[in-house]
Design a protein around this ligand. Structure first.
Ligand code: ZN
Length: 126
């Protein structure tokens, strides 16, 4: 496993988590960036906070033309805010997005090839 994957529980994600200090990190690295310890993939709560975002209004690729406007950005996981994931934001008009909003992961696609983990902003903590 090299990319971000959903965890076994709804709303969870598999991320590298240190066996010594317990902290999560992203991307996978040879050793824990906090203490140098060994890590393993662990399921963590995927809820997070919008760290930053941008709204794409002009297609930079023809296949995106019917998906615009497209909101892309970065989520900081609530369980480890230093873990920031690049994502698309779904089910929210781009003009309603705000830095600091809560968001939850939404998994689509049933195979490794077409699986996407996007984030859905929520007006308040669920
Ligand atoms: Zn560690």
């Amino acid at each position: 496993m090299t990319g971000l994957q959903p965890g076994p529980e709804p709303g969870h994600l598999m991320v590298p988590s240190c066996q010594s200090c317990g902290r999560a990190h992203w991307y996978p690295k040879p050793a824990c960036p906090w203490c140098g310890g060994e890590w393993r993939w662990a399921s963590v709560d995927g809820r997070g906070t919008i760290f930053t975002y941008s709204v794409v209004r002009r297609p930079f690729s023809p296949e995106l033309a019917d998906r615009l406007p497209l909101a892309v950005g970065s989520i900081a996981l609530d369980v480890e805010p230093s873990v920031r994931l690049v994502t698309n934001f779904v089910d929210c008009p781009p003009d309603k997005l705000r830095v600091g909003m809560a968001a939850v992961p939404e998994v689509s696609g049933g195979t490794d090839e077409d699986r996407r983990i996007n984030y859905r902003p929520v007006p308040s903590r669920e």
